[in-house]
Ligand binder design. Structure first.
Ligand SMILES: [Zn+2]
Length: 269
């Protein structure tokens, strides 16, 4: 499932393809189709992400909320290129592109400036990817949930928005914190290490198209034959592979039903 950086990149691609230019919006999902007439000829002002939701804002103040859920996918096709053989929910046509949203079924119409009233958005914690959210704010936010395991808190979109399973594993390895520490046991310095790693790895993932680990390690792994997925993480999905920091084999446990990857040496405590 895509995490914050992937949704952010998808929103940027869609924004660049459709914003501030003549476009035709075709709504094919029954739950949103009725609104089509009022949007005829209205340009799209911007497309941006809030955690795993995408907000398409029209110049008349109408905002289309869509949640990708498990299978939803935005694709930007060149004009005239055939669409995928999947359930199309929305097509935005411009002179150069056809931008399609496939498979998603969770839609809502909102008013610009009132997006926070949507139940999904209302429950979101501070957005880790936002330039307005600082490491200090992230550390303070985590400290508000002292009884939670840090591994669970990082996945909970109500605590912090934008992280998922691969980012939480890699953030905790970079911060050198055992994933099964309770937040109440973490010192302010440890919380700040986690908070800084949250910012560093999400920004890195955006700048480097999903590559989270140091670039030198990524390129060395690719040269020795590893594919993109095997080379781009610190800990996630690397069970048994050597830790980039200390060469100890990465361990995997199942916690709250999800795979949790960590280095037993770097994250002993
Ligand atoms: Zn290690």
């Amino acid at each position: 499932m895509p995490e914050g950086p992937e949704i952010f990149l998808a929103a940027r691609r869609v924004h660049e393809a459709v914003a501030e230019q003549p476009s035709t919006v075709k709504l094919l999902c029954p739950t949103i189709a009725a609104k089509a007439r009022s949007l005829r000829g209205v340009p799209i002002k911007r497309v941006h992400a809030r955690s795993k939701a995408m907000l398409t804002e029209f110049a008349n103040g109408i905002v289309l909320y869509s949640h990708n859920q498990l299978y939803g996918e935005w694709m930007v096709h060149a004009a005239g290129e055939p669409l995928l053989k999947k359930q199309v929910r929305l097509i935005i046509t411009t002179a150069q592109h056809q931008t399609a949203l496939y498979s998603a079924t969770d839609f809502a119409w909102l008013r610009a400036g009132k997006e926070e009233e949507h139940p999904y958005i209302a429950k979101l914690g501070p957005e880790v990817l936002s330039s307005e959210v600082s490491p200090i704010q992230i550390a303070h936010r985590l400290a508000q949930f002292p009884r939670r395991f840090i591994a669970d808190a990082l996945l909970d979109q109500h605590v912090l928005a934008g992280l998922g399973n691969y980012l939480r594993a890699d953030i905790l390895l970079v911060a050198k914190i055992n994933p099964l520490r309770k937040i109440s046991s973490l010192s302010p310095q440890e919380l700040m290490r986690i908070a800084r790693a949250c910012k560093l790895l999400t920004q890195r993932s955006i700048q480097r198209q999903g590559v989270v680990c140091p670039w030198a390690q990524y390129t060395a792994a690719r040269k020795s034959g590893a594919d993109y997925e095997a080379a781009r993480f610190y800990a996630f999905d690397r069970e048994g592979a050597p830790c980039w920091e200390c060469s100890t084999p990465i361990a995997r446990i199942t916690h709250s039903g999800r795979g949790l990857f960590f280095c037993p040496a770097c994250q002993a405590s």
